[in-house]
Design a protein around this ligand. Structure first.
Ligand SMILES: [Zn+2]
Length: 178
């Protein structure tokens, strides 16, 4: 359970605290091809604001997802970020609403929900991963993958243009990832 103490915020609307936290996942978040596994560290920038109804929590989360590429089936890891905001009410009125318990709020459920919702269903190791050859099961090279796309000669010229665009995009992507 990951809790924040809000004793000095309770009943004092307008008060605000910002905290940096490093949290270790108690168990895997997510259960598809991409997960944040148990024991992975998460860096959180947490903002706790006292409002009339309770404590408003905003958080930015940075961690590492562990995934299997949906195209080439290779395992890979990748930086992963998500944000969430949640009101912890003094008197929750609906079942799904979070509450302030004594002088604590439990951030684990909204943190887990935010991470699980944001993890990709179809992770890819890189945007231009060519995937596996359906006949050999081997990793296709980029050219073979491009050829199999350009079937209709009427589209060949357009495909050429698209390929140029993709190269430009890749160049930008490479630059960003450095
Ligand atoms: Zn891949």
């Amino acid at each position: 359970m990951y809790e924040e103490n809000v004793r000095d915020l309770v009943g004092r609307p307008g008060e605000m605290r910002e905290r940096e936290r490093t949290v270790t996942t108690p168990e895997a978040f997510g259960e598809s091809l991409a997960v944040v596994p148990a024991g992975e560290q998460m860096q959180l920038d947490v903002r706790l604001e006292s409002v009339h109804e309770g404590i408003l929590v905003s958080a930015h989360v940075e961690t590492t997802m562990h995934a299997q590429c949906g195209r080439c089936l290779e395992d890979f890891t990748s930086a992963f970020e998500v944000e969430f905001q949640e009101l912890f009410a003094y008197t929750p009125t609906e079942a799904e609403e979070y509450g302030v318990h004594g002088d604590h709020v439990n951030l684990e459920p909204p943190l887990r929900d935010a991470v699980v919702l944001a993890l990709p269903f179809q992770p890819v190791c890189r945007p231009d991963c060519p995937g596996l050859d359906p006949e050999t099961g081997e990793l296709r090279d980029a050219e073979a993958a491009a050829e199999s796309v350009a079937v209709d000669p009427r589209w060949a010229a357009l495909a050429g243009l698209l390929a140029e665009d993709e190269k430009d995009l890749n160049r930008v992507t490479d630059f960003d990832s450095k």
